[in-house]
Design a protein around this ligand. Structure first.
Ligand code: ADP
Ligand code: MG
Ligand code: ZN
Length: 440
């Protein structure tokens, strides 16, 4: 196992939550709607219809690219990706190939052991979704409500080496989409879809392996991680037996906890990409890119860095607090309010994280008031103090022994322990009394 090194690249599709579709004015809000009610000649691919470009989608794609540290070239172009499939009424998908909206980015990911690495982003390009097929009792139904909904595809270089990095990457992307407000990025609803390309090579071997296995249609982070781990193991075992691995697409069987062959493609697909003659070249003005970037909110990773640096919050306490933009915004308001009550950001973070308080459902004032009450309330309460003293007695049998043998000055050490437990908030005089009583 240790002689091999996984080589993994990820493709993520994210459906944008724009009002209208990518190339027509049909509503893009199709989830749960009556089939084929959000359609028009353009998204049905009828002859003679002409597409036009959704500006909001382009801006969203530029935001996503910018969040991933990409460059936005001054020219961009839509091309036709030709293939035949019943969910694709035009016989081609409008996508981008040679001139994507965003290129050459990067993102930092963390593995299970906390080690960070840079993953290069090859591109973030704009395209459209297909219709949806459902197979029921020998009949296939097609719903074109999804046809033409804006999609952004983000492609990484093959820089991942294990499944924990993939989980971190997918979670980070999901948070970015949500902070930017460009998608709900709900995996179960298919707003966000992951595909992993996996191969393995001998450690130290130069270049990419001559094959890759594509894992497709996996709709949860957990299944993706399981599938990647399975696949790495399967491929290494295969190579160990001297077998040759082939280029193929595999799916995940959750019951068998195994991947299985879906489609074998020995040669690369030939989509015959060519510029869409119905759509103009996009000239992307630097000033527009600047304006779009300036309209972006602070992103989760930047927030964490700022909180840690300026507010002295422990990084390990931030994950719950940045889980949604709403939560983070509430927390920042709470910090301001807490300051007025001499409560530090870290104290507030502790309080919220330990109790898993959902800031969105609770009023900020209530939380801080509770915290203030707790902070000053502990001091005198007899039962609470007694409980702490009893714990300290149990935990420090050696000191107690000395005390009972006549070394009464040891009581100061015991009081110190109780003070530590109460974070300095216990009434020291009362603690002394209780100790003396209990150790009689
Ligand atoms: P295509 O155009 O056929 O989708 P790409 O070259 O764009 O192919 O690659 C798609 C994904 O596969 C990218 O994320 C890339 O990093 C990854 N990839 C390419 N070669 C390999 C390989 N040998 N092993 C693992 N991943 C690979
Ligand atoms: Mg691809
Ligand atoms: Zn339409």
């Amino acid at each position: 196992m240790n002689n091999y090194e996984p080589v993994i690249g990820l493709e993520v599709h994210v459906e944008l939550n724009t009002k209208s579709k990518m190339f027509c004015r049909c509503s893009a809000d199709y989830f749960g709607k009556e089939p084929n009610t959000h359609t028009c000649p353009i998204c049905l691919g009828l002859p003679g219809s002409l597409p036009y470009i959704n500006k909001q989608a382009i801006e969203d794609c530029i935001k996503i690219g910018s969040a991933l540290n990409c460059e936005v070239p001054e020219q961009s172009l839509f091309e036709r990706k030709n293939y035949f499939y019943p969910d694709l009424p035009k016989g081609y998908q409008i996508s981008q190939y040679r001139w994507p909206l965003a290129i050459n980015g990067w993102i930092e990911v963390e593995n299970d052991e906390g080690k960070t690495s840079k993953i290069r982003i090859n591109r973030a390009h704009q395209e459209e979704d297909t219709g949806k097929l459902s197979h029921l009792g020998g009949v296939t139904n097609i719903d074109f409500n999804r046809s033409g909904v804006p999609l952004v595809e983000i492609v990484t270089e093959p820089d991942f080496t294990d499944s924990s990095q993939i989980r971190d990457y997918a979670k980070k992307l999901q948070l970015i989409f949500r902070y930017l407000g460009v998608s709900n990025a709900d995996m179960e609803k298919g707003d966000m879809r992951l595909e992993a390309n996996i191969s393995v090579k001998r450690k130290g071997e130069k270049g990419l392996p001559p094959y890759r296995v594509e894992l497709k249609n996996i709709n949860s982070f957990r299944f993706m991680v399981a599938a990647v781990e399975y696949e790495i193991k399967r491929q290494i075992e295969s190579l160990e037996k001297g077998e040759r691995l082939i280029q193929e697409t595999r799916g995940w069987d959750e019951d068998k906890k195994a991947t299985y062959t879906q489609r074998v493609k020995e040669e690369a697909n030939d989509y015959r990409y060519f510029p869409d003659p119905d759509l103009p070249k996009l000239a992307i003005n630097k000033k527009d890119v600047e304006r779009i970037r300036n309209s972006m909110p602070e992103l989760p990773q930047e927030k964490i860095k700022r909180w840690v640096k300026n507010l002295n919050i422990k990084e390990s306490d931030t994950s719950l607090l940045i889980e949604s933009k709403q939560m983070a915004d509430f927390f920042e308001k709470a910090i301001e309010y807490a300051k007025k009550h001499q409560i530090s950001p870290q104290e507030l973070a502790n309080y919220i994280v330990n109790r898993k308080i959902d800031l969105i459902d609770t009023s900020i004032q209530q939380i801080v008031d509770d915290l203030v009450a707790k902070k000053s309330g502990v001091v005198d309460d007899q039962a609470t103090l007694e409980e702490m003293v009893k714990e300290v007695i149990k935990e420090n049998t050696d000191l107690v022994e000395k005390y009972k043998n006549g070394k009464v000055t040891v009581i100061q050490a015991l009081i110190g322990k109780v003070m530590g437990k109460s974070k300095g908030k216990a009434n020291a005089a009362k603690v002394k009394q209780i100790l003396q009583n209990l150790l009689k």
